[in-house]
Ligand binder design. Structure first.
Ligand code: 0X9
Ligand code: ZN
Ligand code: ZN
Length: 304
């Protein structure tokens, strides 16, 4: 049975997404943007009131299988939208004027594997030629300095970059959707854990992004909104200096594709529980993260 305060398995998440779209037809619709290596559907929720020429924010969760707090956040975001539209002025204004595309679980095969076989699984579940090792790191699989730094060409490594950019069906489906909607998508938010960081381009080079000053200011404001709720401390800055240099990330790819407001969140915690964040922290993590996401969406609404 589905709960916003627990971790839900993929079947439960898929039943939830069908249901929330059916129950809120004027606010939420569900589309399938492709299928995974193992043949599972990739469901994308479109959240927003219908309108013409709306800009959009794209947000994904569950790139890395073991980062269970992230699909929990994507579900929470949709719940907050449907519960507060019409009563909360900020949410209402956002959804009247922006669409938010929510990919609740990007790496569906890995997520299922992390539930059924290995809680610490990170990568996809695609077979690798001439290797017994399985999977590619989806966040090393995009066309942004692909496989040049902080990524491995060994399929047995956790940061294996794949055979080419978008070699993974899940990466390709995401990139194809964004390319097809590049005229409207003004922000790209990719939700990971853990470290309590808000990162922006670049991660594949130490070079500063051309929008560095604005991105740094938006990150600062978003972090201060997040921290205001429970005092959770976040660091922020370009990925390369704030976390580590690594190439092939979806954030850098989205930015170089023309989406200025491109951010990676690393949610709670800083290592006490790491990827195995207790369910008792889901509500607080989601509530504080909402403040940062709404801050960024507001900035997009007023500046894009
Ligand atoms: O290494 C990653 O993919 C992310 N950290 S995680 O612990 N969730 O694996 C950070 C991604 C930062 N952005 C890029 N490397 N492009
Ligand atoms: Zn991650
Ligand atoms: Zn709330």
């Amino acid at each position: 049975v589905h709960s916003y305060e627990k971790y839900n398995d993929l079947d439960t998440i898929n039943a939830w997404s069908a249901n929330i779209a059916a129950q809120n037809p004027t606010l939420v619709s569900r589309l399938e943007i492709g299928t995974s290596y193992e043949g599972r559907p990739l469901y994308l929720l479109k959240v927003g009131k219908s309108g013409t020429n709306k800009n959009a924010v794209f947000m994904d969760c569950g790139f890395h299988a073991r980062e269970w707090i992230t699909p929990a956040f994507c579900q929470w975001f949709v719940k907050e939208a449907v519960d507060n539209y019409g009563s909360d002025d900020q949410i209402t204004d956002l959804l009247d004027n922006l669409d938010v595309y929510v990919l609740t679980v990007m790496n569906v095969d890995g997520y299922v594997y992390s539930w059924n076989s290995n809680r610490m699984w990170r990568k996809t579940r695609s077979a690798n030629k001439n290797s017994a090792c399985v999977g590619t790191d989806p966040n090393r699989n995009f066309n942004a300095g692909w496989c040049t730094v902080g990524a491995s060409s060994n399929p047995c490594d956790e940061t294996y970059c794949g055979t080419a950019p978008e070699s993974e069906k899940e990466s390709k489906a995401l990139a194809d959707f964004i390319r097809a909607n590049i005229g409207s998508i003004k922000a790209y938010l990719t939700i990971h854990s853990y470290s309590q960081m808000l990162l922006f381009p670049y991660s594949y080079t130490y070079a500063l992004a051309k929008d560095h000053t604005e991105l740094n200011n938006v990150a600062k404001g978003a972090v201060s909104a997040l921290t205001s709720l429970y005092g959770t401390k976040y660091t922020y800055g370009p990925g390369g200096t704030t976390i580590y240099l690594s190439s092939g990330g979806s954030d850098d790819w989205a930015y170089d594709t023309g989406i200025k407001y491109s951010f990676t969140f690393e949610l709670r915690d800083t290592g006490k529980y790491g990827f195995i964040l207790p369910e008792s922290e889901i509500v607080e993590t989601c509530e504080e993260t909402m403040l940062a996401v709404k801050y960024i969406a507001d900035h997009v609404l007023n500046n894009a």
